[in-house]
Write a protein that binds this ligand. Sequence first.
Ligand code: FES
Length: 147
Amino acid sequence: MQFPAWSQERALEVIARTSGEPGPVLVTLQGIQEYFGYVPDGAVALIASACNVSRADVHGVLTFYHDLRTELPRKVQIKICVAEACQSMGARDVAESARKSVIDNLDVEISNAYCLGNCALAPAASVDGKLRGRVSVKSLVKEISQL
Ligand code: FES
């Protein structure tokens, strides 16, 4: 997915749309990430000013939520569930093997998730937001190659 380059002008437009919402810091961070693909350093001070909080407050929210990024995402996002049901079906092995395999050499980001609501088809994963069940390293590699 392509994202526009950082622009303070565009960031201020996003902030103007979101900073009046309830929970403005989180909503604004999400808005910035949705637009730019991540939260650039330059956005933190702008959000702090618009939401009338300190930069430390914004940084605290930014670092608390794992889904918020401070770098551009890789091309493919894979989340492998490692909660109980999936763990009992070998999800940790799938995640570890996936990270060690060729997947890691591609433009792929692998992260852990904690229950994707697909426990009956454990081990579960999401590939660019699409839910998958009974995944293996082989099935993940195959799907990525078709993207
Ligand atoms: S425990 Fe993995 S999807 Fe629920």
